[in-house]
Design a protein around this ligand. Structure first.
Ligand SMILES: [Zn+2]
Ligand SMILES: [Zn+2]
Length: 163
């Protein structure tokens, strides 16, 4: 489970302390222990070793593992077996986590509706404002849920099972 970069000057493989390419900063300076050349590298230069990646077939969580054998998806408990050639095989389906996408929309609609309702004086105006507020809330809600989805789409390390 190591990452390295290749020295641009002499080709020496310089070991890095990151476990994953995604842990590396966008740009960083590394001095080569072999030739002394100091170079600026980007995370794209990082070479990963012994990392197995897969997207869970059950819950679509992006997974990574540092070893082969039996592992579990941390989100839905689906069981996989990673072969020595790096291929993942679904052994046992877990239960996908409850979809929470509906709730931010609902909360947004309620909040939007409430804030708009207090503005109108006339009841019809109030109703129109409530509907408009609810619509605005729904837009806000869907932005929130898109954000939640983006955050939860980050890679997750698998749970290692005893073999
Ligand atoms: Zn070098
Ligand atoms: Zn899963």
């Amino acid at each position: 489970m190591a990452t390295h970069i290749v020295c641009r000057n002499c080709g020496y493989r310089i070991p890095l302390s990151f476990r994953l390419r995604t842990e590396a900063p966008i740009h960083f300076v590394v001095a080569c222990p072999s030739c002394g050349y100091r170079g600026v590298y980007s995370y794209a230069d990082v070479v990963e070793e012994g990392v197995y990646r897969y997207t869970c077939e059950v819950c679509s969580t992006r997974l990574y593992s540092f070893r082969t054998g039996y592992v579990k998806c941390p989100a839905c408990n689906s069981k996989y077996c990673i072969a020595s050639n790096g291929s993942w095989k679904l052994i046992e389906k877990g239960s996908p986590p409850q979809k929470t996408q509906q709730s931010p929309v609902a909360i947004g609609a309620v909040l939007g509706g409430l804030s708009a309702a207090s503005k109108g004086k006339d009841s019809l105006e109030k109703l129109a404002n409530t509907i408009l507020g609810a619509l605005a809330g729904m837009v806000l809600g869907s932005i929130v849920s898109a954000l939640v989805e983006a955050l939860s789409s980050v890679e997750r390390e698998v749970i290692y099972e005893a073999t």
